[in-house]
Write a protein that binds this ligand. Structure first.
Ligand code: PEP
Ligand code: MN
Length: 408
């Protein structure tokens, strides 16, 4: 671990400080191993391990799950004879093997079994990387389908790749001057994405609802002048048409996560989609919402953890950072963290942004306002441009520490 990384990351908050320290201690105690010639490229953390990747993320409240489906993942360098041997063992057990060669490895599905198949029967066979039970409702979001992580491309910017994706901007576009003042700071920071709502899903019908198409036109100017990619929310099917005309990425808000006709509509869009987690959505509900979009043919979906409603009164929502590794365990989709809605409090945004990056988020979506006290929505959680600069300085070194190293 380069010592200067630690020095560079001076944390303001206890939470983030603790989080990075813990991570560093774990890394020092059990250094990551580079995985060569494996179907799982990247860094293996010994304290986590690859085994049982799926078994512990199911939501037992759902009866739609068929836990009896088994998938055996072969190592990238498994030989034809090793694959044939695993198929023979499956046949001997009275089941049917389905060998499916992929880009980097072969997976073997098992059918014909009435109950669960014991994975330990396969785990130690030569050439086997993993034996896992597959949850049936997930098809397209699943690592079974795509073991490599998805990199969502938005023009020449990416989410899910090596770069930490930063999406920053005001909650709502309020005026030309406001949007440009914030865009200036966002551009200066090296971020590639600008956020800002033109259609706002407000709890009260009497609150500011956004500038509508006028707001989208301001966003289009921001793109033109600052070269930033525009991420903006569509509230309904009609607003998707408009966002497609002016924006680069469609945001589906927490309140619309289970608006299935809207999900299907953006599933037919050519623009990538940022799918926020619903206010009380389980992991499965969130992933199945992504499945709706992908089932229509749009595979460019980025998940966004933005906190869920709990009994807590010290925050607006409870930012569920455990969802990041939980998503990673089952899905190839990138995940970003929203510490603004996730906390609702200005002073918590930087520490929770740091924590989000420390647990492996692919990026952040953060609200910034040039005059938070005058904001027409979500002023209490908005960072000033100066605070935003500080956030960027703090999260970048953390990302360098936790980002997977390239396989050599
Ligand atoms: C927003 O991004 O401003 C917003 C309304 O977010 P959410 O849907 O997560 O509440
Ligand atoms: Mn907001």
């Amino acid at each position: 671990m380069p010592p200067d990384v630690r020095k560079a990351s001076g944390f303001p908050g206890e939470a983030s400080n603790f989080c990075l320290r813990l991570r560093l201690e774990i890394l020092e105690a059990q250094p990551p191993k580079l995985v060569k010639n494996s179907s799982r490229k990247g860094v293996a953390f010994p304290h986590i391990g690859w085994r049982s990747r799926y078994a512990d993320v199911y939501d037992s409240r759902f009866s739609i799950y068929d836990r009896t489906t088994m998938l055996i993942v072969m190592k990238a360098d498994a030989t034809d004879a090793q694959i044939a041997h695993v198929c023979d063992v499956i046949t001997e057990l009275g089941f049917k093997p389905h060998a499916m060669p992929g880009a980097t490895r072969t997976a073997i599905g098992v059918t014909g079994n009435q109950g669960a198949v014991d994975p330990t029967r396969f785990e130690n066979l030569p050439g086997v990387a993993d034996a896992i039970r597959v949850s049936k409702p997930y098809k397209l979001i699943s690592l079974d389908l795509r073991p490599e992580k998805t990199i969502v491309r938005v023009g020449d910017a990416t989410i899910g790749g090596d770069e930490l994706a930063i999406i920053a901007g005001p909650c709502a576009i309020e005026s030309h001057a406001q949007a440009f003042a914030v865009a200036e700071a966002v551009r200066r920071s090296g971020a590639r994405f600008f956020r800002g709502g033109a259609f706002k899903p407000r709890t009260s019908p009497y609150a500011f609802q956004g500038l509508g198409e006028e707001g989208l036109k301001i966003l289009a100017e921001v793109r033109e002048i600052y070269g930033l990619k525009i991420v903006t929310e569509a509230l309904d099917e009609a607003s998707v048409d408009l966002v497609e005309r002016y924006g680069d990425m469609i945001q589906i808000g927490a309140r619309n996560m289970q608006n299935f006709s809207l999900l299907r509509r953006v599933g037919r869009s050519k623009l990538p989609v940022l799918l926020k987690r619903g206010l009380s959505a389980t992991l499965d509900e969130w992933l199945l919402a992504a499945e709706y979009i992908m089932s229509e043919g749009n595979y460019n979906v980025v998940l966004c953890e933005r906190g869920v409603r709990t009994f807590a009164q010290h925050t607006r929502n409870t930012l569920d950072l455990a969802s990041i590794p939980a998503v990673r365990r089952v899905s190839h989709l990138p995940v970003v963290v929203d510490p603004s809605h996730g906390t609702g409090k200005n002073y918590m945004v930087i520490p929770l942004a740091c924590a989000g990056v420390a647990v492996g988020a692919d990026g952040l979506i953060v609200e910034v306002h040039d005059q938070p006290d005058k904001a027409l929505s979500d002023g209490a959680q908005a960072l000033t441009p100066e605070q935003y600069d500080q956030l960027i300085q703090e999260v970048r070194p953390i990302h360098e520490v936790v980002a997977p190293q390239p396989v050599v």
